[in-house]
Write a protein that binds this ligand. Structure first.
Ligand SMILES: NC(=O)c1ccc[n+]([C@@H]2O[C@H](COP(=O)([O-])OP(=O)(O)OC[C@H]3O[C@@H](n4cnc5c(N)ncnc54)[C@H](O)[C@@H]3O)[C@@H](O)[C@H]2O)c1
Length: 387
């Protein structure tokens, strides 16, 4: 039935930060008609960037009628309902708190403040302003295969969990001569480095499954310590490049090892997000490297052979949490996961998400900074730390 779009509620969106992610989100919103019977019809009406050249890109989107260089103009604009903010980490606290305090809804970007103190200030603002619906961006779990894996764990099919792993790895920094940018400097990225970049992506699913790490061991590497700056001279590149966090979590009361990996320098990888959980009765594995496939571990009676262990491959197709016009057998990709994340965010804002998977909550985002702090302390002390 293609009818609900007629009754969908209009919601006006503004973007602050018209860089990599600001454009990605703007493009995703243009694909909204792909969603079937969504309760909201978003319109991107306004964009802010301190760089006027970045604003020019948005000329190609007809609904954008406001372009400004000072975000206060959007925060104070009564016509705007929701603001998505994608700026440097050191700017998160001020911009998020100002947006929340003005009563606007906010889809924040990770890492939800540059450090634990900033994230707790943002969390306090969100609690003080319940009229502002606040969530944090983490799109990869909205891949159909990731949803399949999450639902499989929730079904109890794994039995007692033996171990789980969630990783996000790329090799964008393999070239040691790649110029320095804000993401590679502690003062802009934060002292958690790669954990601030990739950490929320690998903790969203574990935390939503109720896997809160009780003890944390951090294994952190700063592999490339200097990079060419704007002048061409070598400058300090002081962020952690790779981080592995080993931890103990609990499922149905039983402890199990939970590992998260966040790597900028992992040769051969290009934005590969992987989730794997194995239990006594079953297992499940999904990687964005193979977006249609979910591997499921089971034991089966094979005629003439007997009981065998086997990993089986299931092709999951295109559908995630919100139905789309896309053919069910087609495959999904990064921009589909962004669209699904926004479908989840705006549906939850209307109280219409139901049991579907939701975006990262402020409490979850703030808790990831406790995990990162514990990992840094563990790296320094050589001992496990409690987040
Ligand atoms: N969810 C994801 O997959 C994902 C991927 C990449 C980055 N991010 C996050 O998105 C955020 C932005 O990253 P990016 O890669 O888009 O950065 P970017 O550098 O490409 O873009 C940032 C933009 O913000 C603008 N800006 C700076 N200060 C501003 C201000 N005061 N007001 C308005 N605009 C301002 C800059 O001019 C720039 O155009 C970061 O928090 C980053 O961690 C998320």
């Amino acid at each position: 039935m293609i009818s609900a779009a007629v009754h969908a509620k209009d919601v006006n969106i503004a973007i602050v930060g018209g860089g990599l992610m600001g454009r990605e989100i703007a493009a995703a919103i243009q694909r909204w008609p792909a969603l079937i019977d969504h309760p909201v019809r978003p319109r991107l009406t306004a964009v802010c960037d301190i760089n006027p050249d970045a604003l020019a890109w948005f000329d190609q989107i007809d609904t954008v009628t406001t372009k400004v260089t000072d975000y206060h103009e959007l925060v104070n604009d009564d016509s705007i309902d929701v603001i998505y903010i994608a700026v440097r980490h050191d700017l998160h606290e001020q911009l998020y708190v100002d947006t929340i305090s003005a009563g606007k809804s906010l889809l924040a970007e990770k890492p939800f403040g540059i450090d634990r103190a900033a994230s707790e200030t943002i969390l306090a603002a969100a609690r003080a302003h319940p009229e502002s619906f606040v969530r944090c961006s983490s799109e990869i779990p909205f891949y159909p295969g990731a949803q399949w894996a999450i639902n499989y764990v929730r079904s109890g099919a794994l039995g007692r969990i033996l171990e789980a792993r969630n990783s996000f790895r790329h090799s964008s920094d393999l070239d040691v001569n790649k110029p320095l940018n804000w993401k590679r400097q502690n003062k802009y990225c934060g002292k958690a480095g790669v954990m601030n970049d990739l950490g929320l992506h690998v903790w969203h699913v574990p935390l939503r499954l109720g896997w809160h790490p009780e003890r944390v061991y951090g294994v952190l590497q700063n592999i490339v310590a200097v990079r060419p700056g704007l002048s061409g001279e070598l400058e300090p590149c002081d962020t952690w490049d790779n981080a592995v966090i080993h931890s103990w979590a609990r499922h149905d009361g039983c402890e199990f090892p939970l590992t998260t990996e966040m790597k900028r320098i992992d040769p051969g990888q290009k934005n590969s997000w992987e989730f794997e959980a194995v239990g006594l009765d079953g297992g499940v594995r999904f990687s964005t490297s193979n977006p249609k496939a979910v591997d499921v571990f089971t034991t089966a009676d094979i005629p003439g052979i007997g009981r065998e262990q086997s990993w089986q491959r299931i092709e999951v197709g295109s559908q995630s949490i919100w139905p789309t016009v896309t053919g069910g057998i087609f495959e999904a990709g990064f921009s589909d996961s962004i669209l699904q994340m926004w479908a989840s965010f705006l549906a939850e804002r209307e109280g219409a998400l139901g049991e579907r998977f939701g975006c990262v909550r402020p409490e979850e985002a703030a808790f990831t900074h406790r995990i990162f702090d514990a990992a840094i302390l563990s790296q320094q002390s050589g001992a496990a730390q409690v987040p």
